[in-house]
Write a protein that binds this ligand. Structure first.
Ligand code: NDP
Length: 449
C-alpha cells in the first residue's frame, strides 16, 4: 500500500512486516492510515510520541485452546482469541465472534476498528475483540452451552467489569452470552456487568438486540437529511445478511416508511417485490439460524437466487451491507452505481473493499463507514454498562432516545472532522480522524506505555 507521507509509509511497512499474511488486519490499518495523512502533517507531536506505531500494536493478544465434548461424547478442539487493543479511553470493549473463518487477522482487524468506533460513541470504552473458529450452526443447545462454558473457563481470567467487557457478534447472540455469563459467575462468584447483550432478567439493557440495526437507520436518516435534504421514507432498500444487524435494520427501515426488497445469507438471497416479511425472516433465524432459502418455502411468490454477492444486482436507492467483511466488492459497487444507488451504509464491519469505497465516492454516492454507522450496538452496550454500575434500568424509550442522539452526534462529528481537514463529505476520513484524535490525546496524556 502506498502513502504520500513518508512517516506513515514507514509505519505501515513495519506493521506489514510484523503481521505477515494478515490481510484483513493490514487492510483495516491501511484504510485508517490513509485518512490520517493531513492530521499527521498538522500534529508533529503524534510522530514524536509514536502514536501510530503504538496504536497499530495491540496492548495484549491472547490465543487459547478450547476443548469441549460434543453430543456423541467426542472431544472437539477449537481455538479462542481475545485481543485487547487499546485501553486509553476506557476498559476494553468489543464483541466475540464464533465463526469457522475466525483467525488472528480477523480478530485483530475487528479489535483495531473497535477502538476508533468506541471513541466515536463518546462513551468511555477502549477497543477489543475476541472469538473462536467454532461454528454454532447446526449445533445442539447442549453443545453450544458446553462450548461457551469451555471458552469462558479460559477467558474469565482476562476480563472483568472494569477491565474488559465482551459482547456478541457473528454467531454470538443472547443465548451464547447467557451461557458465557453463567460460567463467569460460577467461576468468579461475582454477579457484575462483565458482558453486555445479556438477557433482561439478569442485567441486560432494553433495546440492545435492536441497537445496531436501529442505530444504522438513525445514522442514514441524519446523513440523508444533512447531505441531501432527503429521507429514508419511500426508498427501496437492499440489506445483505439476515442476522441480528440485518433484521433490526430492516425493521427500522420499514418503520421509517422504506421498502426492503432483498435480504441474504452466506448461500444466497431472496427478493420479495412486495417487501420482505420480517416475521418470516425472524421465524427462520430463531433457534437454529435456518437458511434464508426457507423464506421461499413460506412465501412462494418470493425469488431465491444462489450466491450471496448477487444481492447487489438488485436495483435500490439504499444498500446496507450487514453480513461480513469484504462482501461488497468493486464489481458490486459498479452494479449498484449503474442501478442508481444513492447511499451505501455499513451495518457490518469493513464489508466494502477499498476499491469499492473508492468507486462509490467517485460516483458521489453517500458512503457511511461501519465504524460510524454501526456504532449503535456498542453504544447501547456502553449504556448497559452504565445501567449495571447504577444497578438500575432505563426504559426502552430512554435507551432509544439516547441511541438516536449518539448516532446523530457521530454523524456530525465525522462530518465536521472531514471538513476541518479539507475533505468535506468524506465520512470515512472524518470518522477515522474523529475517532483517532480522542484516543491519541488520551495516550499522550497518560505517558509512554
Ligand atoms: P449474525 O450471526 O446474527 O448474522 C450474520 C449474518 O451474516 C448471517 O446472515 C450470515 O449468514 C451472514 N454471514 C456470515 N458470514 C458470512 C460470509 N462469510 N459471507 C456471507 N454472509 C455471511 O451476526 P450479526 O448480525 O451480529 O453481525 C453481522 C455483521 O455486523 C458483522 O460484520 C458484525 O461484526 C457486525 N456488527 C455486529 C454488531 C452487533 O451488535 N451484533 C455490532 C456492530 C457490527 P449465514 O447464517 O449463512 O452464515
Amino acid at each position: 500500500m502506498l502513502f504520500t507521507n513518508s512517516y506513515i509509509q514507514s509505519v505501515y511497512d513495519s506493521v506489514a512486516v510484523r503481521n505477515p499474511n494478515e490481510t484483513e488486519f493490514l487492510q483495516a490499518v491501511g484504510e485508517v492510515l490513509q485518512s490520517l495523512q493531513p492530521v499527521i502533517q498538522q500534529r508533529p507531536d503524534l510522530q514524536q510520541h509514536a502514536i501510530l506505531e503504538r496504536m497499530c500494536e495491540p496492548e495484549r493478544f491472547v490465543q487459547f485452546r478450547i476443548a469441549w465434548q460434543d453430543d456423541s461424547g467426542k472431544v472437539q478442539v477449537n481455538r479462542g482469541y481475545r485481543v485487547q487493543f487499546n485501553s486509553a479511553i476506557g476498559p476494553y470493549k468489543g464483541g466475540l465472534r464464533f465463526h469457522p473463518s475466525v483467525n488472528a487477522s480477523i480478530i485483530k482487524f475487528l479489535g483495531f476498528e473497535q477502538g476508533f468506533k468506541n471513541s466515536l460513541t463518546g462513551l468511555p470504552m477502549g477497543g477489543a475483540k475476541g472469538g473462536s473458529d467454532f461454528d454454532p450452526k447446526g449445533k445442539s443447545d447442549s453443545e453450544i452451552m458446553r462450548f461457551c462454558q469451555a471458552f469462558m473457563t479460559e477467558l474469565y481470567r482476562h476480563i472483568g467489569p472494569d477491565t474488559d467487557v465482551p459482547a456478541g457478534d457473528i454467531g454470538v447472540g443472547a443465548k451464547e452470552v447467557g451461557y458465557l455469563f453463567g460460567q463467569y459467575k460460577r467461576i468468579c462468584n461475582q454477579f457484575n456487568g462483565v458482558l453486555t447483550g445479556k438477557g433482561l432478567a439478569y442485567g441486560g439493557s432494553l433495546m440492545r438486540p435492536q441497537a445496531t440495526g436501529y442505530g444504522l437507520l438513525y445514522f442514514v436518516e441524519e446523513m440523508l437529511s444533512s447531505m441531501k435534504q432527503n429521507s429514508v421514507k419511500g426508498k427501496t432498500l437492499v440489506i445483505s445478511g439476515c442476522g441480528n444487524v440485518a433484521i433490526y435494520a430492516a425493521e427500522k427501515a420499514q418503520q421509517l416508511g422504506a421498502k426492503v426488497v432483498a435480504m441474504s445469507d452466506s448461500k444466497g438471497y431472496i427478493y420479495d417485490a412486495e417487501g420482505i416479511d420480517l416475521s418470516l425472516v425472524k421465524s427462520i433465524r430463531e433457534g437454529m439460524r435456518g437458511p434464508i432459502i426457507q423464506y421461499k418455502e413460506l412465501k412462494p411468490s418470493a425469488v431465491y437466487t444462489e450466491g450471496c454477492r448477487n444481492i447487489w444486482s438488485v436495483p435500490c436507492d439504499i444498500a446496507l451491507p450487514c453480513a461480513t467483511q469484504n462482501e461488497l466488492q468493486a464489481e458490486d459497487a459498479a452494479l449498484l452505481i449503474s442501478n442508481g444507488v444513492m447511499a451505501v451504509a455499513e451495518g457490518a464491519n469493513m464489508p466494502t473493499t477499498p476499491e469499492a469505497v473508492s468507486l462509490l465516492q467517485k460516483a458521489s454516492v453517500l458512503y457511511a463507514p461501519g465504524k460510524a454507522s454501526n456504532a449503535g450496538g456498542v453504544s447501547v452496550s456502553g449504556l448497559e454498562m452504565s445501567q449495571n454500575s447504577l444497578r438500575y434500568s432505563w426504559t426502552a424509550e430512554e435507551v432509544d432516545s439516547k441511541l438516536q442522539q449518539i448516532m446523530v452526534d457521530i454523524f456530525h462529528n465525522a462530518s465536521d472532522a472531514a471538513k476541518a481537514y479539507g475533505m468535506e463529505g468524506n465520512l470515512l476520513a472524518g470518522a477515522n480522524i474523529a475517532g483517532f484524535l480522542k484516543v491519541a490525546d488520551a495516550m499522550i496524556a497518560q505517558g509512554v506505555y
